[in-house]
Ligand binder design. Structure first.
Ligand code: ADE
Ligand code: ZN
Length: 338
């Protein structure tokens, strides 16, 4: 009988909520800072890790934007992405949908082409060398005005063949999804997928706005949706995937203890959560560490783990044939691991 942590760890899975800049391990950060001659306000890898002690989302974001400031060249973005993909392969991720924050780079003078080009080149190599398929989602920073997002949309036009979707991240409270209605309509009209962080720190009203004003295909986090029974009913009826991030929730004090994580309540309410790492280098673990932390703290059943794994593919933006093949691969694995 396979224990649940091993079952989840070895299962083929998709990751749907991963900020590539949040996978920046301090060792690589130092290496790239050195070759780019950029000063970091930390003397050692240990000092950086010690600074990763957050009491809310904003405290994390301040250090996250500082970390990404050493990324200057196409090769830097390639190396960052390739490092994540190798780590994902070790966790049996066979499909990943990653976020990047172009405004975090273009506002520092980095060319849009270098950021998206380096990331996309690594994703291409991952398909060829690691057998990992992927989608790339460009996120708008919600603390900036919608006008800035519209400029970014224009800058992205020559690269739309590399970009599959648009998302919304950064400081949630005070920056509701409705602020970005026009720029999201442009992405939908262009046939891109749309997602938004909502209900991480923000109220259920922000999840409603993500659904109604942005017409999202997925909700990133969605924890606070559980406070609103009508919203839970709507999300369940629509089969809306929630890309949930347990270790992130703990590190950013969205929950006080993993024992109180909302995943069991989401499953019981008929919602479709899946498990993701968010910003693994900052929050202490990749996707399998997130499964392990959940399983250690909560009375999850084998059926729960199977549902979480299935949701990762069902909620993905794979085309229908690829999705069916991935689900068949998961089913074969689960049948074998009894
Ligand atoms: N950017 C990177 N990680 C984020 C998170 N968890 N919430 C909002 N914005 C982010
Ligand atoms: Zn996130």
């Amino acid at each position: 009988m396979t224990d649940l942590t091993t079952l989840a760890a070895n299962a083929p899975k998709a990751e749907l909520h991963l900020h590539i800049e949040g996978s920046f391990e301090p060792e690589l950060m130092f290496e790239i800072a050195g070759r780019n001659d950029v000063d970091l306000p930390f003397k050692s890898v240990e000092e950086i890790r010690a600074a990763y002690d957050f009491s809310n989302l904003q405290e994390f974001l301040d250090i996250y934007y500082q970390g990404m400031s050493v990324l200057l060249k196409e090769q830097d973005f390639y190396d960052l992405t390739w490092a994540y993909l190798q780590r994902a392969a070790a966790d049996h991720v066979i499909h990943t949908e990653i976020f990047f924050d172009p405004q975090g780079h273009t506002e520092r003078g980095v060319a849009f082409a270098d950021a998206v080009g380096g990331i996309a080149r690594a994703l291409g190599d991952a398909q060829d060398k690691l057998g990992i398929s992927s989608k790339l989602i460009m996120c708008y920073l919600r603390h900036l005005p919608e006008e800035d997002a519209l400029v970014t949309w224009d800058e992205a036009q020559p690269f739309l063949s590399l970009i599959d979707g648009v998302g919304l991240d950064s400081s949630e409270v005070g920056h509701p999804p409705s602020k970005f209605k026009a720029v999201f309509a442009k992405a939908r009209d262009a046939g891109l997928h749309v997602v938004a962080h909502a209900g991480e720190e923000g109220p259920p009203a922000y999840v409603w706005e993500a659904l109604d004003d942005l017409q999202v295909d997925r909700i990133d986090h969605g924890n606070r949706a559980l406070e609103d029974a009508k919203l839970v009913k709507r999300l369940a009826e629509e089969g809306m995937c929630l890309t949930v991030c347990p270790l992130s929730n703990l590190k950013l004090c969205v929950i006080d203890d993993m024992k109180n994580h909302p995943i069991p309540a989401m499953l019981a309410a008929g919602l479709k959560p899946c498990v993701n790492a968010d910003d693994p280098s900052y929050f202490g673990g990749y996707v399998n560490d997130n499964f392990a932390a959940l399983i250690a703290a909560l009375p999850l059943t084998r059926a729960d783990i199977e549902a979480l794994l299935r949701n990762s593919f069902e909620g993905s933006f794979m085309d229908e044939g690829d999705k069916k093949a991935a689900l068949a691969r998961l089913d074969a694995y689960l049948a074998e691991a009894s």
